[in-house]
Design a protein around this ligand. Structure first.
Ligand code: C5P
Length: 217
């Protein structure tokens, strides 16, 4: 079985989820959203009453995640979109993501899942830490204002209307936490290709990425 891996990293609002999803469809690859895994584990640990400074080892040992037909399962239960896409789940993901043993656990699970085939994997540390041997590494960026605008539109499409200042505050806080943590901070891998998506359409970015992949195949 072939094992071609495309890592797509970048901050919130850089377009990585949209690109990763469309790219996996175009290539006929699996799509692993590692942010969904951080969200799922954050919601799970919080529901059990744990906080980032109190995550018992035994609790982490008991956690397993599987990827079956494009869906994630946590200890056999399907990870539901409506549970993990809330603003609270995003905050929980980012708070538990600073805990080294939580990252270690998810990194292990992500590597295991990707052993099984061709994957487009999106996240923050895929090219740097999780899959440093990925054949293609893309780091997407966009200006802060553009990322705020995209995030606000995404929320609006889900029926959540927030003032732009509030969306900007949330993104700024998350950027700061993701980029400044000691372990696996958000940054491009040395051999990643950085694409600024600010003034580009989804189709343009997609074509650019497909061209890069074709050159590496
Ligand atoms: O991508 P998404 O917004 O769903 O990710 C939620 C949070 O999970 C991020 O803000 C980040 O703190 C964390 N995360 C991470 N490493 C990844 C993916 C997500 O630390 N590979």
């Amino acid at each position: 079985m072939s094992n071609f891996l495309v890592a797509i990293d970048g901050p919130a609002g850089s377009g990585k989820s949209t690109i990763a999803k469309l790219l996996s469809e175009r290539l006929g690859f699996n799509h692993l959203d590692t942010g969904a895994m951080y969200r799922a584990i954050g919601v799970y640990l919080d529901s059990k009453g744990f906080t980032p400074d109190n995550v018992p080892d035994e609790e982490l040992e008991k956690i397993d995640m599987q990827y079956v037909n494009g869906e994630l399962y946590l200890n056999g239960e399907k990870v539901r979109e409506e549970v993990i896409r809330s603003a609270k789940a995003g905050q929980l993901a980012s708070s538990f993501a600073v805990v080294p043993k939580v990252r270690e656990k998810l990194t292990q699970l992500q590597r295991r899942i990707c052993e099984g085939g061709n994957f487009v994997v999106e996240g923050r540390d895929i090219g740097t830490v999780v899959l440093p041997h990925a054949q293609v590494k893309i780091f997407l960026t966009a200006s802060f204002d553009e990322r705020v605008k995209r995030r606000a539109e995404e929320l609006k499409s889900k029926g959540i209307e927030l003032p732009l200042e509030e969306v900007a505050r949330q993104i700024e806080e998350r950027d700061k936490r993701d980029s400044s943590r000691d372990l696996a901070p958000l940054k491009p891998a040395q051999d990643a290709i950085v694409i600024d998506t600010t003034a580009k359409s989804v189709e343009q970015v997609l074509e650019e990425v497909i061209e890069i992949i074709n050159r590496r195949k």
